[in-house]
Every structure is written in C-alpha cells, then in structure tokens.
Design a protein around this ligand. Sequence first.
Ligand code: AQP
Length: 344
Amino acid sequence: RERVFSGVQPTGNLHLGNYLGAIKRFVALQDTFECIYCVVDMHAITQAPSVWGGPAELARSTREVTAAFLAAGIDPDRHIVFNQSQVGEHAELAWVFNCVARMGWLNRMTQFKEKAGKHRENASVGLFAYPTLMAADILVYKATHVPVGEDQKQHLELTRDIAQKFNTDFADSIRRVTGADALFPLTEPVIQGPATRVMSLRDGSKKMSKSDPSDYSRINLTDDADTIAQKIRKAKTDPEPLPSEEAGLDGRPEADNLVGIYAALADSTRADVLAEFGGAQFSTFKAALVDLAVAKLAPIAAEMRRLTADPGHIDRVLRTGADRARAIAAPIMAEVKQVVGFLR
Ligand code: AQP
C-alpha cells in the first residue's frame, strides 16, 4: 500500500486553517493509504522559546495537537500517531540530508525568509535547516504522498530535490546495496479541496496563522460556539452580495475565503455554495456559516477537552505510535547508512 506522512507543529493556537488544510484531509486519506501522522515537536523549537512557549507549553501543545488528530477522526489503532522527537531516525536522516541539500536551495525558501524576518543572522540554524528535517520526516518512511496546505508546497518540492540528489549521488552504492535504481521515492504533495489556503478573517490577503497577534483573525479549534459566532460575524467582507458563480469571487479575497471555508466544512465546492447563496447578503450567509461551523467544530472541541483531561492516555497513544513508527524507520535508516558507507 502507498504510504502517507504528514505533520503538525505543536506551537499553540491550532486553527481552522490547520484543520481544513491538513487535519481534515488526513482523516479522509485513512481508507486508501497507510498513514503516519506526526506531531513535529522538533520543528516547533526552531523558533525562540518565547514563540513556542517553553518546555511546559511544548508538552501541553503536543498533547493538544494529538487530541485534535484523534478528535477529528484519525484512528491510532489502524494508523500511526506519534511525536517526532521519540523517533531518533528523523534527526539522523536529517543530518545526512543537511549534507545533500545545498545552501542555495534553502536560501530560496520563503517560509525561512518570512519567519527569520529582517535579522537573518539571529535566526537559528534549525530554522534555516527546517526543510531538510521535513524531508527526513517524510523519507525516513519512504512516504509516497504528503497532504499539506498550499504554504508547504515549496518545502515538498525541496523534498523531491533532496531525494533525487541522494538517489543520483549514491546511485552505484544504492544499486549494490538494494539492487534497485533509487532508494527514495519522489513524494507527491496532496494539496486538495476548497481550503488549501485559509486566509485571516481580518485580512483576505494574509494566511490564517497561529502567530497572528489578533485572535479575531482565526478560529481556534478550542473556541466555543459563542466565540466562533462572534468571530464570523466580525469577519471582514465587502458590501456586495455574494455572486452566483465562482468567477464573481475574483478580486474579492474575503468573500472567496468565507465561501471556501463553507465549502470545505460542508464537503462541498465553491460552485455549489454559490448556487445556494448567490445573490444573498453577507448577513444571511454568515448566519448559515456560523451554524455550519459550530455544528462541525463544537464536537471536535468537546472531544479534545475530554481527551486532554487524561494526559496519560494521550502519552500512551504517542508511545505506541512511536514504537510502530520506529519499526518502519529503523530498517530504512540502516539501509541509508549502508548506502552512505557508515560502518556498522
Ligand atoms: N491558513 C492555512 N490554510 C490551510 N492550511 C494551513 N496550514 C497552516 N496554515 C494553513 C497547514 O497546516 C499544517 C500544519 O501546519 P504547521 O504545523 O506547519 O503550522 P504552520 O504552517 O506554522 O501554522 P501557521 O498557522 O502558519 O503558523 P505560523 O504562525 O508559524 O505561520 C500544514 O500542512 C500547513 O500547510
């Protein structure tokens, strides 16, 4: 069976963008693929502790993301759910990839430029090397498919570049060790559905993001019904009624965003949503969106609260998942070591 890998950082404020762009998609792939879903705690520490909140907050947030996975419908018995730092093979392979990837490739990464800001020399080496660790996360399982939001597309292209360069640099050795022409697959990004890039509720030109200082810019997965309603009612819009066709959303980023969110929550499409609401005022549409969002998100929030009340259970899920992940990663890492020429 083909294999899916994806991860979410435990950096707080898990939001509707993370849910619709990633976690909800993870759930949908469970029937078709063997899935490995990871809370990427080693990625979280690439920024300053003030950003991710320090050790106690990292542990809390790791459990919260795990709870969100389970509450959304990921089945940890049929698939693998674990946190990255429990499987040392991720870091081991990342080192090899640090020696395969080129500085020039990493210099082009827009996420690094955005997160490092103006003072690049103050960014951590880990933030710069983030994409090589991400490539290792995926390839240490030889995963073939990676569901992500649109913002991760560039990192997945880099993952393919790293796989290809490793396969080429070590081609003879790979053939000797495995008999095959390549060790790593060229992973396919799975960026699908009407909400691959959910935008801020306050500004249709900015991605909905965990780190936006305004809580009104996003719907958090832990928000209660009243908060969700308030945030949607206050969401920025324009004065025109909704168009009847998708082309009418061009140049109207806030309208496009709310219609996309509705479509994703309803498992529908923008076209179908507009067929229903075309000509309606935002007051009418927002009221329907509030009802839909509360109906879909409230049960997830309630289940997350129930699960996080028992941290022992979550920790056991992560430990079991890590053991199963390691059982896949260890033989692949052993192969890599043999291919590279590391003596055992
Ligand atoms: N706005 C979004 N729309 C759709 N998908 C999104 N993702 C993130 N934001 C959106 C997807 O969620 C998955 C996990 O993301 P992450 O853990 O890497 O977190 P992130 O991208 O750092 O989250 P933020 O909110 O973007 O945080 P900051 O504040 O750091 O900018 C990924 O698949 C991602 O594509």
